[in-house]
Design a protein around this ligand. Sequence first.
Ligand SMILES: [Zn+2]
Length: 426
Amino acid sequence: MYRVLVGVLAAIFSSAANAEVVHVHTGTLLAIPGTEPANEQTVIVEDGAILAVVDGYRTQGADRVIDLKDRFVMPGLMDMHVHLQSELGPQRFAQALQFTDADFAFQGAYYARKTLMAGFTTVRNVGARRRDGMYALRDAVERGWVDGPRIVAAGGVAVTGGHADTSGVSAQLLDFYADRSRTVCDGPFDCRRATRQAIKYGADLIKITSTGGVMSDTNTGTEQQMTDEELREVVQTAHSLGRKVAAHAHGANGINAALRAGVDSIEHGTYTNDESVRLFVETGAYLVPTLVAGEAVVDIATNNDFLSPEVREKALRVGRVMKENLGRAIRGGVKIAFGTDNGVSPHGRNAREAELMFEAGMAPADILVSATISAADLIDRDDLGTLESGHRADLIATTTSPLEDIRALYDVVFVMKDGVVYKETR
Ligand SMILES: [Zn+2]
């Protein structure tokens, strides 16, 4: 008995003391997006983190070597706006009736894996069909139970009848869902309570809907829905509890009111005007453009008939102007963080956002910065976004350089997260 125990302990200590050292040999390495890439580098990984990045192909001291000598290697990509639990399609109303919380949780795990395989090692989930299931998925990924990107999960705070309150179902179901949520609020004091409620149950950040939205089944437009007082109260409460605030906003008044209230990011920012650009620059808030969602809703409104007339009108109107407004923001010097709104757009095609950002006038190098360094800054993670000593070992590879053609991101052939290889195609 004693001998067995000693043997087990010895095994535990030796594995802790001798964590595997992996050397990744890279053909072209973009260790820090926004700088020039370097050729023939070795990234040394131990225990989920980067020990060092050195010149040449080093093998000495390696327990294992990964050969990416014919690949372009860069930090894992980060998507700041996804909804992992669902995907827009004709099935959405049936799922609302048929799916249990567990079904939505498993569907979230399915789309999480797809997202990781597309090269996205970190995501911000900003709105879930079932809040508890999303927090559980975040924690399951962290524990290594489920293959997925690192998830920063938002709790939503919405006003009665506003975007993100339940819509499009019978009055009885509206009452049922309203009872469950307790994060729908009216007036500053109630919104303070709702914000605290969301954080109490596990929110990493607060997602608010300061204006109407395309997919809410009401004809209440896309302008400001939360009052200035409600916005200020949510932001103050969230910040005092160490949480950031992401504000969904289409109409200019709602964008500007949210920026004045001190939100950390504007999601969509469709009708960004000159005053918005001024406020973005003044406050340092990020814009998360979600161009691919604009394209997806126009496509669905044109080619399908499951949207209500109210939703279809908003989809066609909002979807068509998103791209030109990103152009205005870029020219005005607004900080951009990459985000798709996948869930509205299909999961796993995150690279389409990069292609649309390029068409809107962003240089490939800046797009890569938005999906790495800027995203890491938005979620306050100084150990993500670049490949440097001490950072998490999140790295991906493509066959060609996305700096030359951003569409290279469609073909991610290698994914490592926290030092674990999830994808390797030769
Ligand atoms: Zn969204």
